[in-house]
Design a protein around this ligand. Structure first.
Ligand SMILES: [Zn+2]
Length: 223
């Protein structure tokens, strides 16, 4: 931990977003609330423009804060706790031994250099260990795009045109692929990555995300 981060933790200790109790920086909630989340939690299903998707959380204010910290404040320590919940949902949604490869929605090189990590890739790699499915990079983001959440629904579709490219067509032929991202909202990002993967003729593509804000866009539910 850097000195700045240590000082920040000293003066602004982490608090559980559900009950305000002090927590460790690696925890998304205190032990009591996390147990409660685990007990009550149920997978959320949606369709992402032709691909099934399961999510662990509804994208509410607390989950939004958690994901923003994960993405922009280097809280990769959250990953083990979140991955544990996602792994349960993936098993419940798709069954055991349902996939040959886990992969993720890629970031553009410029964004990756700036942030230093792709949280969806780290999540997919954590899930790879938990579910015992090999992780592989399968898609490149070849075009820099505007952030999807800054755009209106209609613009989200065209924004991603030509954004993704398949890394190795032959290596995914006939494979069953699980595609990971952080949030599903309009479903266009997952849908576009799924279509890109389909060029390599895999036998199955399903998706999983940390959170779903999909209820805002019921139009994309069509599978
Ligand atoms: Zn709590």
């Amino acid at each position: 931990m850097s000195t700045v981060r240590k000082l920040t933790a000293l003066f602004f200790p982490e608090r559980c977003p559900y009950c305000d109790e002090l927590i460790e920086p690696c925890e998304i909630a205190c032990e009591r609330c996390y147990d409660e989340i685990r007990r009550k939690h149920a997978p959320i299903f949606c369709g992402a423009h032709g691909f099934r998707c399961v999510s662990a959380f509804v994208y509410d204010a607390k989950v939004r804060r958690m994901i923003l910290r994960l993405k922009y404040h280097e809280r990769i320590q959250y990953i083990p706790q979140i991955a544990e919940l996602m792994a349960e949902d993936i098993r419940a949604a798709y069954g055991d031994n349902a996939f040959d490869i886990i992969t993720c929605v890629p970031m553009h090189q410029t964004d990756l250099r700036r942030r230093g990590y792709n949280q969806s890739r780290l999540m997919a790699q954590a899930l790879s260990s938990l579910l015992d499915i090999p992780y592989r990079d399968t898609i490149d983001k070849v075009k820099k795009t505007k952030k999807q959440h800054h755009l209106k629904y209609a613009e989200r579709k065209t924004n991603l045109n030509g954004a993704f490219a398949l890394i190795d067509k032959e290596s995914i032929k006939g494979q069953r692929i699980l595609l990971i991202d952080d949030i599903v909202t309009s479903g266009y990002t997952l849908g576009n990555c799924g279509k890109t993967l389909n060029r390599g003729k895999p036998s199955l593509i399903c998706c999983a995300t940390i959170a779903s804000a999909h209820n805002k866009y019921p139009e994309s539910t069509v599978i």
